[in-house]
Write a protein that binds this ligand. Structure first.
Ligand SMILES: *[C@@H]1O[C@H](CO)[C@@H](O)[C@H](O)[C@H]1NC(C)=O
Ligand SMILES: *[C@@H]1O[C@H](CO)[C@@H](O)[C@H](O)[C@H]1NC(C)=O
Ligand SMILES: *[C@@H]1O[C@H](CO)[C@@H](O)[C@H](O)[C@H]1NC(C)=O
Ligand SMILES: *[C@@H]1O[C@H](CO)[C@@H](O)[C@H](O)[C@H]1NC(C)=O
Length: 430
């Protein structure tokens, strides 16, 4: 027998602001043993629209046609290996986690109202054919996060491709699998795709060409990419590209249609140079993240190009590179508000930073080697917290014997006597 609800939570949420207020009732069951079948669902008291089971030892889930449930979430279903799904037009959200399922069962297509389907932390492995989603005509979100998928294909069976209207899928989450190669062309059956998540795979290539008019978010964080060439992506709505924690050693290429980026996250890569002609196409770019790369400068050094404007850039993240001089030569950044530039080797910062970037409200630079005189000249901005330059952590350049300059927040640069460590002493003696 099942353990019956340990407790139930009433979760009131306003579903629609204009129509009369509707209440959504959530029932939470901590643990349910036995089958999740007709009898189980009948036993649930009250409103059955939203059921969240934390843990179930069930081996079987049965959804009949008259089951009125809207949402079913099973957070842990370690023994669930049989889904019995009858034609049903009520169930819209189905989330199964920690389950032994190794693929989509055919009968899923009986859940014709399904909008959100997530099979996460299950055992889906090998090749996954996206055409399996085409039968779910109302599906907008599909996630197979944290499975073992190594390849994504699109091999429609002809019947489906001819008969069905286009897929309504908006979010495709394939993160935390073991995919190495992704061809954008597999997305051709999903013209309404808005967000593609490929984070935490083993991607070494993203290739192919595709026309995706509504794609706004591309997330390829934490993969093994050495380059990211999106010139085959005719994706004029692309706004957010997250490609941090890869091995990019060349700047991404965005082709001719991607000209509306707002956020470009390239933190934790191996970039040594920028591509000015790529960057200057992005006149709506507001956030550029380049921390933890190997840049030696952030200047416009591109043949004939001497001045380039990024009209919308508000946040520029350059921390943890190898920049010695932060002169930003050639960049017109009229909207720049925050410049983060913690760089150990950084020595010089221009004095006219605020004149060149009048909207700047924060320069964050915990840089141990910045010239003490620069700090003193700009002490006013350190005191008013516009320039954040904290006490040098590892000690800064030594000024004469036994003194060094450290920057104290709100105060400025001060000369501090310091005693050398014995090890340093022996080294300098040698
Ligand atoms: C699918 O979505 C459409 C549009 O929202 C809706 O009219 C239709 O009833 C849905 N189909 C099912 C089976 O729920
Ligand atoms: C993108 O695709 C559209 C529709 O096929 C086409 O009209 C347009 O020229 C393409 N743009 C680029 C840059 O290829
Ligand atoms: C920079 O981008 C342009 C296209 O905008 C490309 O032709 C060129 O090869 C890129 N340069 C480098 C060094 O990647
Ligand atoms: C650079 O300038 C020279 C001389 O003005 C010109 O011949 C050349 O085409 C320019 N190169 C580029 C990439 O614009």
């Amino acid at each position: 027998m099942w353990k019956l609800p340990v407790f139930a939570i009433m979760l009131a949420s306003q579903v629609n602001c204009w129509s009369k207020e509707q209440l959504k009732v959530t029932k939470v069951i901590m643990s349910a043993s036995g089958d999740l079948d007709e009898r189980f669902f009948e036993q649930l008291m009250g409103d059955k629209s939203y059921l969240n089971v934390w843990n179930s030892e069930t081996t079987r889930l049965v959804v009949t046609s008259d089951n009125p449930m809207d949402t079913l979430i099973i957070m842990e279903a370690p023994r669930l290996n049989e889904l019995v799904l009858y034609p049903n037009v009520h169930l819209k959200h189905l989330l199964l986690r920690y389950c032994p399922l190794d693929g989509l069962v055919k009968s899923l297509r009986n859940l014709r109202a399904l909008r959100v389907l997530k099979l996460e932390l299950c055992q889906i492995g090998g090749t996954f054919n996206l055409a399996e989603l085409l039968a779910l005509q109302n599906l907008t979100t599909f996630s197979v996060e944290s499975n073992r998928i190594s390849e994504i294909l699109l091999q429609p069976d002809d019947a489906i491709e001819e008969m069905d209207p286009a897929s309504t899928l908006k979010i495709l989450d394939l993160s935390s699998n073991v995919i190495e190669h992704f061809n954008l062309n597999v997305l051709r059956a999903f013209p309404m795709l808005n967000e593609l998540v490929l984070a935490r795979n083993r991607l070494v290539t993203v290739a192919g060409s595709i026309f995706l008019q509504t794609l706004e978010v591309l997330n390829v964080k934490r993969n093994l990419l050495t380059e990211l060439d999106l010139s085959g992506c005719n994706c004029s709505s692309l706004r957010y590209v997250y490609a941090s924690e890869n091995k990019l050693n060349t700047f991404p290429l965005f082709g001719d249609s991607i000209t509306d980026l707002q956020v470009l996250d390239l933190n934790y890569n191996l970039l040594a140079v920028l591509n000015v002609s790529e960057l200057k196409k992005q006149q709506h770019l507001s956030t550029l993240m380049l921390a933890d790369n190997v840049l030696k400068s952030f200047n416009v050094d591109d043949g004939n190009e001497t001045m380039v404007e990024l009209a919308s850039l508000e946040l520029l993240e350059l921390s943890n590179n190898q920049i010695e001089s932060l002169d930003l030569r050639g960049w017109q950044l009229p909207a720049l508000q925050v410049l983060r530039a913690m760089n150990k080797p950084l020595v010089t910062i221009p004095d006219d930073l605020l004149e060149r970037y009048p909207k700047l409200i924060r320069l964050a630079c915990f840089c141990p080697n910045v010239d003490c005189e620069w700090i003193q000249r700009n002490v006013e901005h350190i005191r008013n917290h516009k320039y954040e330059m904290n006490v040098a952590q590892q000690g800064s350049s030594q000024l004469g014997k036994g003194y060094r300059c450290v920057t104290v927040p709100y105060v400025g640069c001060v000369l501090c006597p310091f005693r050398r460590k014995d090890s340093e002493l022996t080294e300098s003696v040698r």
